[in-house]
Design a protein around this ligand. Structure first.
Ligand code: UD1
Length: 423
């Protein structure tokens, strides 16, 4: 198994290109199930999660071809398809549940394995299934699978009030509603940029959707969707992650393709921490005003609040900030697994339930550490970049799920980082 070796202490200068968003691409790909005609995605990221979604769609009968070294994904799904999403693939990646809405909308029935919990929390699917039930689906859980069947073979429009603005449930219901009979209104919908990107793509395919990006989304069902080509929006989590690299190490880095409106709440916290962020015509430029960042308090929230997917990376910055910071995690119940690893590097962190108190220290010290999930793994790399000496991050398969070419991107701006074979 591979590991990442980082020798800390270098200031970072230069440019890092930002890829298309993993989370957007993972919801755009199942949209191919909604049409008999081709859907082509450009600006796709090259990640193992995308390969998993490719396998899942192929197992359902879609043709999925990777072009231009993975930057373009050409899909087509015509004729009869398989409606069973198997546990063997679904268990690898929770986002597999995004085929449920499209399969049900297209075929009137679907059998999708429940993804199960993951390291960061239980992650149930009740908001997805309650919404689909309102649209006339009967859903039973048997042998670990959700068996869903639309009454009369076609979903019908409904008014759905979400108890929580779930990203995945908003995506599943929005896709299902495009082919439903009548109008669907989703109240308390998620507002993430990936939802807007999905709505843009579905509109290109012929769907009638309004209100994406607000808390109320209205979808007028149509009889069929057509072909489309759609560019995947920039990855705001990759963007925020690399913005933290010069913030932690010093120097000035421009993130190509970055936009402040993807990541406003995060930029406000960086500003409070003493980090300058400027929009250029090519992206975002980031520079630390002083030798050390200031402590800031952070609470994770649904968009447009501070993203939970940047909490671990922000903690890496706050470990060496001047003062005491409090990080509150409100989205997932178990998302501080990086804290014990950062403590092994000399950080001072106390975790009580969903709250972590970080007392900034002057310098972290390199250590062998273990990645526990995708975002935790990159937070350890960021910490290692600023630490004295050598940090070895093991279990990097987590990292490969969501970050392409980490070593090339960071060494390109002056980091001392390499991928090695771990015994
Ligand atoms: C998506 C993102 C993930 C991000 C998360 C929150 C993708 C592929 N993944 O995940 O990276 O961390 O949004 O921004 O886009 N919940 C329920 N019942 C449900 C659905 C969700 O209780 O039916 C709970 C979850 O357990 C969790 C919270 O709601 O505590 C947020 O989940 P949700 O917004 O659905 O996240 P995902 O779509 O799974």
């Amino acid at each position: 198994m591979d590991a990442i070796l980082v020798r800390g202490g270098n200031a970072l200068n230069g440019q890092i290109p930002i890829a298309g968003a993993k989370n957007a691409c993972l919801t755009l790909m199942p949209a191919t199930l909604l049409s008999e005609e081709p859907l082509t995605l450009t600006n796709a990221p090259r990640l193992s999660d995308i390969r998993t979604m490719t396998q899942l769609l192929q197992s359902l009968g879609a043709e999925v071809t990777s072009l231009q070294e993975g930057r373009v994904i050409a899909m087509s799904c015509h004729g009869a398809i398989n409606t069973r999403a198997d546990y063997d693939i679904v268990r690898k990646m929770r986002a597999s549940n995004l085929v449920l809405g499209p399969l049900l909308a297209r075929e009137g029935h679907a059998e999708v394995s429940l993804p199960g919990g993951c390291a960061i929390g239980a992650r149930p699917m009740d908001i997805h299934t309650d919404g689909l039930a309102k649209m006339g689906a009967q859903i039973d859980l048997r042998d670990g699978y959700l068996y869903a069947k639309a009454a009369g073979g076609r979903l019908k429009g409904a008014v759905i009030d979400f108890p929580f603005a779930s990203v995945g449930a908003t995506e599943n219901i929005m896709m299902a509603a495009t082919l439903a009979k009548g109008t669907t209104v989703i109240n308390n919908a998620a507002r993430e940029p990936e939802i807007v990107d999905l709505a843009d793509c579905l509109r290109r395919m012929g769907a009638q959707i309004d209100g994406d990006g607000t808390a109320t989304i209205t979808v007028q069902g149509v009889d069929r969707l057509g072909a489309a080509t759609h560019p995947v929006v920039a990855d705001r989590i990759e963007l925020g992650t690399y913005m933290l690299a010069p913030a932690i190490c010093g120097g000035e880095v421009e993130l190509l393709g970055g936009r402040i409106n993807l990541i406003g709440a995060f930029c406000e916290k960086l500003d409070a921490a003493g980090i300058d962020v400027t929009q250029t015509d090519r992206g975002l430029k980031v520079k630390c005003r002083g030798a050390r960042a200031n402590a800031v308090d952070v609470t994770t929230e649904p968009f447009p609040g501070f993203p939970t997917d940047l909490q671990a990376q922000m903690m890496a910055l706050l470990c060496t900030a001047d003062g005491t910071s409090v990080l509150e995690e409100t989205i997932f119940e178990n998302r501080f697994m990086h804290a014990p690893e950062l403590i092994r590097m000399g950080a001072s962190i106390e975790v009580h339930g969903g709250r972590a108190t970080v007392q900034g220290v002057e310098r972290l010290k390199g250590a062998p550490v273990m990645a526990t999930d995708l975002r935790a793994s990159v937070s350890l790399i960021l910490a290692g970049l600023a630490a004295e000496g050598e940090t070895k991050v093991s279990r990097v398969y987590h990292l490969d799920r969501g970050y392409e070419h980490v070593v090339a991107k960071l060494s390109g701006v002056g980091a001392d980082i390499e991928r090695i074979k771990d015994q």
